[in-house]
Design a binder for this molecule. Structure first.
Ligand code: MLT
Length: 263
């Protein structure tokens, strides 16, 4: 960890005079999920990652989070670090935070990258699934929750062929504070729907989706991309919900190509 800002663990790579990119990770992961992107992109960009409050090395505190307070955290990091018009890149829960941040303060950013995420809020079935997950965790089943939730996030090919990498993700996810994980589940369950705002996004936007993503499927993400005026859609073949880990080269190429045309 490079520093703590208001109890958020911050990790930076690259030259801070370069254009900044802020990465917001998914649930129940932490900043490590962007390792392969940062290795590549830090050659040209100032890469800033952080652990969302309650996950990784950012303590849960009182566990009273909302997506609004996560956006407050993101804004605070940008302000405290004096990041000038960063590119913002979020995956899944990180995408919920990112989309709401863009809805609130679009002018703060210069480009948007959305990986395996969606603009719709949880429906009743989704909210009940969050409640069921909290119940499992309350009954001492956090490790079981991670095993089944994370398995559902990955494409079959990755799990079969990258046992070591997959086990690292499982172990890191299991080392989270269950209180922080439950708080994130509640925050996601009560997030707002940002679909109506997609047509107002003026930022150049790259949308990346794994062809086997079960949580934010390609048809959902393609519709999202079609609603964003300057939205490019990239489908990553043979990947599930965790494209940056499952297919780092394809994801890095898509991001590099997108950014090369802008900066
Ligand atoms: C994530 O990857 O962040 C989660 O799958 C998001 C969710 O559970 O809605």
């Amino acid at each position: 960890m490079n520093s703590m800002i208001n109890n958020l663990a911050i990790f930076t790579d690259g030259d801070k005079n370069n254009k900044p990119i802020v990465f917001v990770h998914g649930f129940p992961f932490d900043h490590f999920m962007w390792d392969e992107q940062v290795k590549e992109l830090s050659k040209r960009y100032y890469c800033v990652r952080y652990d969302v409050r309650g996950l990784g090395a950012s303590p849960a505190g009182d566990g009273q989070f909302t997506i609004e307070s996560f956006v407050d955290d993101l804004e605070m990091i940008i302000d405290e670090m004096n990041l000038s018009k960063p590119i913002i890149c979020g995956l899944s829960m990180g995408g919920y935070i990112t989309l709401r941040a863009v809805e609130r303060v679009q002018n703060k950013f210069s480009a948007l990258i959305l990986c395996d995420t969606k603009s719709v809020a949880d429906d009743n079935e989704g909210k009940l699934k969050r409640a069921a997950a909290i119940k499992i965790i309350n009954n001492g089943g956090y490790a079981n929750f991670v095993d089944s939730f994370v398995l559902n996030c990955f494409g079959e090919k990755y799990v079969k062929e990258n046992k070591t990498g997959y086990d690292v993700v499982i172990d890191r996810s299991k080392s989270n504070d269950p209180a922080g994980v439950k708080a994130c589940l509640l925050a996601m369950a009560c997030r707002t729907d940002t679909t109506h705002f997609l047509k107002n996004i003026t930022l150049p936007t790259l949308i990346i989706c794994g062809s086997q993503d079960k949580l934010s499927p390609p048809e959902v993400m393609k519709t999202m991309a079609d609603r964003i005026p300057d939205g490019d859609f990239v489908l990553v073949e043979e990947a599930g919900h965790m494209t940056p880990i499952e297919k780092p080269e394809e994801v890095n190429n898509a991001i590099r190509k997108f950014l090369d045309r802008l900066f």
